[in-house]
Design a protein around this ligand. Structure first.
Ligand code: GAL
Ligand code: ZN
Length: 658
C-alpha cells in the first residue's frame, strides 16, 4: 500500500543536487515523488518547442533511487509566452472587464479554446513521451482545479448554450431565475450573462453550476487526452474538500481515483474528519489519496509540535486514505511562495521536521500490518455543492453548519459516509440533511421513502426549502409529511443584519432566544436562523421560552410509518446539538456511542478501533467493551475499558476476546 510521498520541483533546482535529494528522501521513508506540476515554461519554451530531456533524467534518477513517481500535467500555471501570445486564455473579470495578467497560476479560463488546445498539446506530448516508465504510478491533472469565475465571451456563449439545453425556453429560464424581480427577464438568449457582483441569487446559482461544469469538462478533456495516449495507471487530480467552486461529485466521476490536499490548518478537527469521509465517499470502493499535507501546522509557517504530523497521517490512514504526500520537499528561495517551508531549507539543509518522517512511515506501516477491515458506515450525511453555493447570503455558512453536526458525530465516536441526493440511501439507518436548503424533487422522494421504510432522518433548519434554481418552494414545505409538522415562520435572528443603528430596539433581546427542552435534552439558546414549528403529529423537543414566539416549538421528532424524522428548527449550541444527534443515533440503533474528549478522534474498523489525540495533553477514552492493544504508543488500562493517549499519540485496539 502507498505510504509517503512529497512534491518535488527539480526544475527549480540545479540537476547536480537531484541525486542527493532523492537519496535523502529515500533514507527518510519517502517512496514517491510528485513532479512537473508547475513546470510548463521549462517543458515548452515556445509553441511546440519542447525540452524534455531533463524530465527523462529526473525520472531515471528517481527510478535509480527506488522512488516511484506521480507525473503531473502543468496546466495550472500557463507559461508567460502563452498568455502574451494568446491573451484570450486569461480569465476575464465580469465587474471591471479586465483580464487576469498571467503573472499568477490559476489565471486561465477553462472554457477558452486556445487554452484547451495548448493543454491538449502539452499533455499529449508528456503522455506519449513518458508513458513507458513503469515506476510512474499515477498522473495528476492540473492543481486544485476551480479557477476564478470567468466572464469572457467564450464563457458567455457556452453559458447561454448550456442554459438553453437545460431550460429549453426563455419562459422556463425566466421562471427559474425570477425574471420579473427588478426587471431581470431575458427576452433573448443573448441577454443572459454570467452573474457578476450584484446579480440576483438565481443568476448567481446558475453561473456557479456553469463554472463548475466547465472545470469538470476541462478535466474530462485532459483525462481523455491521457487515455488516448495510452496512459493506463490511475489518473487523478488534487482537490480541496472545502473549496466551493467545483462540485466534487461531478469531478469524481471523471477521474480514476480521488485525491485531495489535506491541509490541517484550514479545518476544525471535526471538519477534517468530515473532509476525509467526504473525499472517501466521492468514489465508493476506490481508495483515496492525499497529495498535499502541510509540513507545519499553522499557516504552513509555524512549526507544528513533534508528533502532530504523525497523528495527522495516522488519522488519514485509519479513515481509509492510501497515499500521504507532503508539500513540499524544499523551500524555494524565490517565487510567490518563498516564505513557505519544506523539509529542506533554501540551501538544501535539512530542517527539524525531516527527522520526523521515518516515525510517520513506521506508524503507517504498523497500522497497515493490522489489515483492518474497511468500515461499513450506517450514517449518511447529505452533502451538496448546490447548498454550499447558495448558503451564506443570509443564514450562515454551509460548512459551518456541516461542522456542527460533524462535531456532534466525532464527539460520539461515530463515522459516516457522505451521499449526494441521487445515491441509494437504503443501506443506511440514519440520514442527516444539514444545511440542505436546496433540493431537487428526486432527492425529496428518496428521503421520504427512506423514512417510510424505517430509516431515521435528521434535518436542520430550512431543510428542503428551495429548489435547485435557488428559489423558495411555495406552499407547504415539500418533505413535511415525514416531519409531522408545518413551518409557520422561518427568519433570521442572526448577525447578518446589523441592528446597531436601530435605536428603537435592543438588538440583543431580538437575537438570543432561550429554548427549553421537552424531551430530556439540555436547554439551549438560538442566535441564528429560527423557525416556528406547528406540530401535526410530531412530538416537541424544544420550545422557545422568550422572544416573539415564546411557547412555540423549535424542534420536533415524528414517527412516520416504520421510521422517524427529527426536525431541528433553530441553531443550537454544541451540547444541545450533540444531544439531539445522539437521540437520532439511538433511534436509528447505530451506536455504540463513545464519549470522545475534545481534540481526539475514534475510528471504528470492524472489531478494532483507532484512537488519535490531536492535542498536546494526555487524553483518556472509555470504550463500550474491554479492549486489548494492537499497536500505537497509547496504552490500555488494566480493566481494558479505557485507552490513554499521550500528547499527539495514537493507538489501535480491539475488543478483548472472552
Ligand atoms: C496548495 C497548493 C500548492 C501550494 C500550497 C501552499 O493549496 O496546491 O501548490 O501552493 O497550497 O501552501
Ligand atoms: Zn472564459
Amino acid at each position: 500500500m502507498h505510504r509517503l510521498a512529497v512534491a518535488w520541483y527539480p526544475e527549480q533546482k540545479s540537476p547536480e543536487h537531484w541525486g542527493q535529494d532523492l537519496a535523502v528522501m529515500r533514507e527518510h521513508g519517502i517512496a514517491t515523488v510528485r513532479i512537473l506540476e508547475f513546470a510548463w515554461s521549462r517543458l515548452e519554451r515556445a509553441e511546440g518547442v519542447f525540452t524534455l530531456d531533463w524530465v527523462h533524467d529526473a525520472l531515471r534518477l528517481a527510478r535509480d533511487h527506488g522512488l516511484s513517481v506521480i507525473l503531473c500535467t502543468p496546466s495550472a500555471a500557463p507559461p508567460r509566452w502563452l498568455s502574451r501570445e494568446k491573451p484570450e486564455i486569461l480569465c476575464l473579470d465580469g465587474n471591471n472587464g479586465q483580464r487576469r495578467t498571467g503573472d499568477q497560476r490559476r489565471c486561465n479560463c477553462p472554457t477558452s479554446t486556445a487554452y484547451r488546445q495548448a493543454c491538449e498539446r502539452i499533455t499529449a506530448r508528456l503522455a506519449s513521451e513518458f508513458a513507458g516508465y513503469d515506476h510512474v504510478i499515477a498522473w495528476q491533472i492540473d492543481n486544485e482545479l476551480g479557477a476564478e469565475p470567468c466572464h469572457c465571451e467564450e464563457c458567455q456563449v457556452a453559458f447561454q448554450a448550456a442554459m438553453r439545453a437545460r431550460f429549453g425556453t426563455l419562459d422556463a429560464l425566466n421562471a427559474a431565475v425570477g425574471g420579473p424581480f427588478w426587471s431581470q427577464d431575458c427576452w433573448d438568449w443573448s441577454q443572459l450573462r454570467l452573474a457578476v457582483a450584484g446579480s440576483g441569487p438565481g443568476f448567481v446559482h446558475l453561473a456557479q453550476r456553469f463554472w463548475s461544469d466547465q472545470t469538470v469538462d476541462f478535466l474530462a478533456a485532459q483525462v481523455g487526452t491521457l487515455k488516448r495516449q495510452g496512459i493506463r495507471v490511475p489518473i487523478t487530480t488534487n482537490v480541496n474538500a472545502d473549496f466551493p467552486r467545483v462540485d466534487l461529485w461531478a469531478l469524481a466521476r471523471t477521474v480514476d481515483l480521488v485525491s485531495w490536499d489535506a491541509y490541517d490548518d484550514g479545518y476544525t478537527l471535526a471538519g477534517l474528519c468530515h473532509a476525509h469521509h467526504l473525499i472517501r465517499s466521492l468514489k465508493p470502493g476506490v481508495p483515496y489519496w492525499s497529495l498535499e499535507n502541510g509540513i507545519n501546522a499553522v499557516g504552513k509557517m509555524l512549526q507544528s509540535p513533534p508528533g502532530f504530523n504523525r497523528v495527522h497521517a495516522v488519522l488519514g490512514r485509519a479513515m481509509g486514505q492510501e497515499m500521504h504526500a507532503y508539500w513540499r520537499w524544499e523551500s524555494c528561495p524565490y517565487g510567490h511562495e518563498q516564505d513557505l517551508q519544506g523539509f529542506l531549507d533554501y540551501g538544501g539543509r535539512p530542517r527539524a521536521k525531516l527527522k520526523e518522517l521515518p516515525a510517520i512511515d513506521r506508524a503507517l506501516q504498523d497500522l497497515d500490518a493490522l489489515d483492518l477491515p474497511t468500515p461499513i458506515q450506517r450514517i449518511a450525511v447529505l452533502h451538496s455543492w448546490d447548498n454550499y453555493w447558495a448558503t451564506g447570503a443570509y443564514f450562515g455558512h454551509y460548512l459551518k453548519e456541516v461542522d456542527e453536526v460533524a462535531q456532534a458525530l466525532v464527539d460520539a465516536g461515530l463515522g459516516w459516509d457522505c451521499v449526494s441526493g441521487d445515491q441509494d440511501l437504503s443501506g443506511y439507518d440514519l440520514v442527516i440533511a444539514v444545511g440542505h436548503v436546496l433540493v431537487d424533487d428526486a432527492t425529496l422522494d428518496a428521503v421520504q421513502r427512506f423514512v417510510a421504510r424505517g430509516g431515521v432522518l435528521l434535518a436542520t433548519r430550512l431543510a428542503f426549502a428551495k429548489d435547485l434554481s435557488n428559489a423558495y418552494r411555495t406552499g407547504a414545505r415539500p418533505a413535511l409529511p415525514v416531519f409531522g409538522l408545518a413551518v409557520a415562520e422561518s427568519q433570521t435572528a442572526g448577525d447578518a443584519h446589523a441592528l446597531d443603528r436601530s435605536c428603537w430596539r435592543d438588538p440583543l433581546a431580538q437575537r438570543i432566544w432561550r429554548l427549553t427542552s421537552q424531551a430530556g435534552l439540555p436547554d439551549t439558546e438560538t442566535h441564528g436562523w429560527f423557525e416556528v414549528l406547528k406540530p401535526d403529529g410530531a412530538e416537541v423537543l424544544w420550545r422557545y421560552v422568550d422572544g416573539y414566539f415564546a411557547g412555540e416549538a423549535a424542534a420536533c421528532r415524528h414517527r412516520h410509518h416504520q421510521g422517524q424524522a427529527f426536525y431541528l428548527g433553530a441553531a443550537v449550541d454544541r451540547q444541545a446539538m450533540s444531544a439531539v444527534v445522539r437521540l437520532a443515533v439511538e433511534a436509528a440503533g447505530v451506536g455504540p456511542v463513545v464519549d470522545v474528549p475534545h481534540g481526539a478522534v475514534l475510528i471504528r474498523r470492524g472489531p478494532a478501533w483507532v484512537a488519535t489525540n490531536h492535542t498536546g495533553q494526555e487524553q483518556t477514552l472509555t470504550l463500550p467493551a474491554p479492549v486489548q492493544r494492537l499497536t500505537g504508543e497509547g496504552r490500555v488500562t488494566e480493566d481494558g475499558r479505557s485507552v490513554i493517549l499521550p500528547a499527539y499519540g495514537w493507538i489501535a485496539v480491539q475488543t478483548r476476546l472472552a
